[in-house]
Design a protein around this ligand. Structure first.
Ligand code: AMP
Ligand code: MG
Length: 409
């Protein structure tokens, strides 16, 4: 039997191929705005209103008409008071209005001076020596014009987007239906936490709960397909069952080409599969295929590899299926607080933590144990340092840092 064999694929090539095969979900549903948090918009959102709907004061102060304050005038009688929520009122010529932040500008007024710069004498306001006509006013429509598209189809509703939609009066939104994702872990050694005590050779299944948590954060509907032993027939049966209910099946473990790795053969028997040896570390190999109408993604079993390949492959793919446009990863230049003397022929993602030095520079410290079984290193890390294939790193070199948050929604 030949081990390995397939040529090494670049990360970008694998991602591009997955995107090419992704047919975005079209079905949409209505949801309350708050419940829509984290979901992807299925239709453009067009504002029925102008925001703000009226000219209003940006400060607490006094409003007046600039033309009334000719040379030599330093005081104006205060004849009107408008607070936020009040109707605007009408400013009489030659007078001032006591006004507060968010209050509508009375008709006839066109300038606001801030209260800290004014004096008050009886019912008169003493204007500062210098002020600017038209100052401290927030114009109607400064944020949004009526009819403008405020959020586009394919945009994920994050908290600012929820706020923006609310500012236009929306209480409901149209979102793409949730993706149904089945998670399967494989391996005779795995036991669920909470069950019987582990026997020698057994370990707790960490990947399935971790992948489920990652999927929940992406707004997916989980189809827990359970845990499978290393058995060809059982794997086939489970995959077939998962394919009948899920848009995407994600498995961990069993995708290498060892004798106990049955996922590859089972997927090939039930559908079609590409086994990619992607030139990244950790992560190779990744399996991508189809079973019936479902997509199949097979991740490595090592927990760190499962986590990293989820972020690098599964997440962008699921986002494409949800109709989100492709987005570059948030990558930041930082200084390396480590050395890497030996170049690797694979692009490597090191778990690293950022530290700000007194001079304000950001340094990435790599975890001392980069083995793909050390899950505590992922919890410790803030993100990944992305080291191109063939590169060495000296302490102080500029390297690319991808915060986990830059890979997450
Ligand atoms: P495999 O890819 O099946 O060869 O597994 C590689 C390594 O990851 C082995 O040490 C497995 O015991 C471990 N592993 C596989 N699946 C899981 C899992 N769900 N949780 C924790 N460790 C796992
Ligand atoms: Mg295994």
């Amino acid at each position: 039997m030949k081990h390995g064999g397939a040529p090494l694929l670049l990360l970008e090539e694998a991602l591009a191929e997955m995107r090419r095969q992704a047919t975005p979900v079209r079905e949409c549903e209505q949801t309350g705005l708050a419940e829509g948090l984290g979901r992807v918009l299925g239709a453009d959102l067009q504002s029925p209103v102008t925001v703000p709907g009226f000219d209003n004061s940006a400060m607490d102060g006094y409003a007046f008409r600039a033309a009334d304050v000719t040379a030599g005038v330093e005081t104006l009688p205060v004849r009107l008071r408008v607070a936020a929520g009040d109707p605007p009122g009408v400013l009489a010529p030659g007078t001032a209005c006591r006004i507060f932040t968010g209050a509508p500008l009375p008709s006839g007024a066109d300038t606001v001076v801030i209260q800290e710069q004014c004096g008050v004498r009886d019912d008169q306001v003493v204007l500062p020596a210098h002020w600017t006509p038209g100052a401290h006013i927030r114009r109607a429509g400064e944020d949004i014009e009526a009819g403008a598209v405020i959020l586009r189809r394919g945009q994920r509703l994050d908290p600012p987007a929820v706020g923006l939609a609310a500012s236009c009066g929306f209480t409901r939104v149209t979102v793409v239906r949730r993706l149904r994702v089945a998670v399967l872990s494989t391996g005779d050694e795995l036991r669920p936490a909470g069950g019987a005590a582990l026997r020698p050779g057994q370990i707790y299944d960490s990947n399935r709960p971790m992948l489920q948590a990652l999927l929940a954060r992406l707004g997916c509907e989980l189809r827990d397909a359970g845990h499978l032993g290393d058995d060809r027939e059982a794997t086939r049966t489970a995959l077939r069952a998962a394919a009948s209910t899920a848009d995407v099946i994600v498995t961990t473990g069993g995708v290498s080409v060892g004798e106990e790795d049955h996922v590859k053969a089972a997927v090939e028997a039930e559908g079609s599969l590409s086994l990619w040896r992607v030139a990244i570390k950790p992560g190779k190999p990744i399996a991508f295929g189809r079973i019936g109408a479902s997509y199949f993604m097979g991740l490595p079993g090592n927990p760190v590899s499962a986590f990293v390949t989820f972020l690098l492959f599964v997440q962008p793919f699921l986002r494409a299926l949800q109709g989100e446009p492709a987005q570059p990863w948030g990558t930041y230049p930082v200084r390396a607080a480590f050395t890497r003397l030996k170049p690797d022929n694979r692009r490597e993602f090191l778990r690293a933590r950022l530290d700000m030095r007194p001079d304000g520079s950001l340094w990435a410290e790599a975890h001392a144990r980069q083995s793909s079984g050390v899950l505590s290193s992922v919890v410790w890390a803030h993100g990944l340092v992305d080291i191109p294939a063939g590169r060495t790193v000296a302490e102080g070199d500029t390297v690319s840092f991808i915060p986990f948050g830059g890979l997450a929604p």
